[in-house]
Design a protein around this ligand. Structure first.
Ligand SMILES: O=P(O)(O)OC[C@H]1O[C@H](O[C@H]2O[C@H](CO)[C@@H](O)[C@H](O)[C@H]2O)[C@H](O)[C@@H](O)[C@@H]1O
Ligand SMILES: O=c1ccn([C@@H]2O[C@H](COP(=O)(O)OP(=O)(O)O)[C@@H](O)[C@H]2O)c(=O)[nH]1
Length: 472
C-alpha cells in the first residue's frame, strides 16, 4: 500500500488535541492511517543573521504511527509568507474581504521562497509510490515546485478556505500564477459546491479549460480532477471526548450554575471572518426586542487568540471588547451578566461539555470554508433534549446542515429573530431537526472526507513520466 504524505502549514502532534479545524481533522485521520506529516514547526527563529530568510533545519519526531517532519521559519520568511501573503492577502480575498487585503508587493517573494524551500526539503524524503496530499492556501505553489524537482507521484490539494468568484480572485496580483499552481495538482478538492463552481468558472473563463466530464478538466496542457469534498469531524472521537472527565465536569458545573438561565454559546478563533461583532449586535437586538430574554439569555463567547500580528485581527479584538462592555453595561443586572466573553483558547477536551449545556449554538461567520464547530455542537447534544444550531448561510457547513436555523449574519434583526425562535423551539421540533443534523454529521464525517478525497486522487492519473516541468 502507498504511504500517505500530508503537507500543511500547521502540524500538530496527532496524540494531542489542537485548536484550528485543519490540524484537528488531519491529526485524527493520520492517527489511524500512519504516514508522514510535513510542515512548519510553528517556531520562528531569530537567526544569527537577524532572522533573515535562509535554509531551515528539519526536526523529525515519531508520534505513534505518524512521522512528523517540521522546519522552523526565519522571522523574514514567517512575516512575508505566513503573516504577509497567506494571511494578509489570500485569507482576506478568499473570505470576500478585498477591503482588508494588503497587496504589499514584497510578500509574494517570501511566499514563493518558503514554498520552494518546502519542496527542496520534502523531495528527498519521498518514495516513488507515495501519495502526497497538500493542504490549504499557504501551499498553493508547492505542487508545481515539487514537479519542477522531478516528483512524479500523485499529488492532491485541498483548499480549506472558500474560493471566491472568479472576478474577486482575479483582484489578486498574480492570480493567474496561483491558478496555474493549483492546476499542477492531480486533484483539487474544495469545501463546498459553491467553491467548486467558482473554480470551474475561473478555469473556463480565464484559462479556456476543456470540460472532459466526470470532474476532469484539460487545462494548461494537462489533465486534472476537481470536486467538492466537505470536511467532517470524527464523530466517535468526539463522543469519546464528551464521555471524558473534563467534558462531564464542565457540563455539570455549567448546568448547576445556569440552572435558571438559557445558555447560548459561541466558540471561534478571533477572526474577522467569524462575524463576531455582527453576532454581538444580533444578541443586543435580541435583548432590546424581546424583554422575556432579560435575566435569562446568557451568551458565552470564546474567542481563541489568532494571528495577532496582523492588524485586522487587533482591530476586531477592540471592537469585540467594546461591544461586550456596552451590552453588559446597558442590560446587565447585579445578578445577571448577558455576555461572558473570554479571549483565550479552551481545551478541546472540555468543549463537548460546554456545547451540551447550551440551549443554542451560534455559528454565524460572514464567510467560512466549513466551520467544524457547527458539527461539533450538533454531535455533543443530548438527543432526547437537544440544543438548536443557529448557522450562517455563508458557512460551508450550511450546504450539509440545512436543518439548522439558517441566518444571514449581516441582518442583525433577522438573526435576533432566529435566536428567539431557537430559545422558544418546542422539544419535538428540536428533536426532529437534531436527528437530521446528526445524520449528516455522521454521513459526511472525517473518514468519509479522507476516503473520498484519496479514492478520487487514486483514480487520477499519476504525472506522466518524462513530462518536462518548468518552474512557473
Ligand atoms: O493555522 P492558523 O493560522 O492558526 O489558523 C487555523 C486554521 O484556520 C483555517 O481553518 C480552516 O479549516 C477548517 C477545516 O477544514 C475549516 O472548517 C475552516 O472553515 C477553515 O477556516 C485555515 O484554513 C487553516 O489552514 C488554519 O490552520
Ligand atoms: O478555544 C477553542 C477554539 C476552537 N477550538 C477547536 O478549533 C477548531 C476550529 O475549527 P473550525 O473549522 O470551526 O474553524 P477554524 O478555526 O479552523 O477556522 C474546532 O475543532 C474547535 O473545537 C478549540 O479547541 N478551542
Amino acid at each position: 500500500m502507498s504511504r500517505l504524505v500530508v503537507v500543511s502549514n500547521r502540524v500538530a502532534d496527532p496524540r494531542k488535541t489542537a485548536a484550528g479545524g485543519l490540524a484537528v481533522a488531519l491529526a485524527e485521520f493520520l492517527n489511524n492511517t500512519g504516514g508522514l506529516w510535513f510542515g512548519w514547526s510553528g517556531k520562528v527563529v531569530e537567526s544569527a543573521h537577524g532572522g533573515r530568510a535562509g535554509e531551515a533545519e528539519l526536526h523529525t519526531h515519531q508520534a505513534g504511527p505518524v512521522k512528523l517532519v517540521t522546519l522552523d521559519l526565519s522571522r523574514e520568511d514567517h512575516d512575508a509568507y505566513y503573516l504577509g501573503y497567506s494571511n494578509g492577502v489570500l485569507w482576506p480575498v478568499c473570505h470576500y474581504r478585498l477591503d482588508l487585503a494588503d497587496f504589499e508587493s514584497s510578500y509574494i517573494a517570501g511566499y514563493r521562497r518558503v514554498n520552494q524551500m518546502f519542496a527542496r526539503k520534502l523531495a528527498p524524503l519521498l518514495k516513488p509510490d507515495d501519495v502526497i496530499w497538500v493542504h490549504d492556501y499557504h501551499l498553493i505553489p508547492l505542487g508545481s515546485e515539487l514537479r519542477a524537482l522531478g516528483c512524479r507521484q500523485r499529488i492532491g490539494f485541498f483548499l480549506h478556505v472558500p474560493l471566491p468568484p472568479p472576478l474577486m480572485f482575479a483582484a489578486i496580483p498574480g492570480h493567474d500564477w496561483l491558478m496555474r499552481g493549483l492546476c499542477s495538482y492531480d486533484l483539487v478538492g474544495l469545501q463546498s459546491e459553491a467553491d467548486h463552481e467558482h473554480f470551474c468558472r475561473y478555469i473556463q473563463r480565464e484559462a479556456h479549460a476543456q470540460d472532459l466530464g466526470d470532474g476532469q478538466w484539460r487545462v494548461f496542457n494537462r489533465t486534472l480532477r476537481a470536486g467538492a469534498f466537505p470536511i467532517g469531524i470524527d464523530v466517535e472521537e468526539f463522543n469519546a471526548l464528551a464521555e471524558g472527565a473534563e467534558a462531564r465536569e464542565l457540563y455539570q458545573r455549567m448546568k448547576r450554575e445556569y440552572s435558571r438561565r438559557k445558555l447560548l454559546v459561541g466558540v471561534d478563533r478571533l477572526d474577522y471572518s467569524k462575524g463576531l461583532p455582527h453576532r454581538l449586535r444580533a444578541f443586543r437586538e435580541l435583548l432590546q426586542k424581546y424583554p422575556d430574554t432579560h435575566r435569562s439569555a446568557t451568551l458565552i463567547q470564546i474567542a481563541s487568540p489568532s494571528r495577532e500580528d496582523v492588524t485586522a485581527y487587533t482591530d476586531i479584538l477592540h471592537q469585540l471588547e467594546s461591544l461586550c462592555g456596552s451590552i453588559n453595561g446597558n442590560f446587565g443586572e447585579l445578578d445577571w451578566m448577558p455576555v461572558r466573553y473570554m479571549h483565550r483558547t479552551v481545551a478541546r477536551a472540555r468543549l463537548p461539555g460546554l456545547y451540551r449545556a447550551s440551549q443554542v449554538g451560534l455559528v454565524t461567520p460572514l464567510r467560512d470554508g466549513m466551520n467544524l464547530v457547527a458539527k461539533e455542537f450538533v454531535v455533543a447534544q443530548d438527543p432526547a433534549d437537544p440544543g438548536v444550531l443557529v448557522l450562517s448561510r455563508f458557512a460551508g457547513a450550511a450546504e450539509q446542515l440545512g436543518e439548522a436555523l439558517l441566518v444571514n449574519p449581516y441582518d442583525s434583526e433577522g438573526t435576533a429573530e432566529a435566536i428567539h425562535l431557537a430559545l422558544q423551539m418546542p422539544l419535538e421540533e428540536r428533536i426532529t431537526r437534531h436527528q437530521a443534523l446528526l445524520a449528516s454529521c455522521k454521513r459526511w464525517d472525517v473518514h468519509w472526507w479522507c476516503d473520498s478525497f484519496l479514492d478520487t486522487l487514486n483514480k487520477s492519473q499519476a504525472e506522466e513520466s518524462g513530462t518536462p516541468w518548468l518552474r512557473l
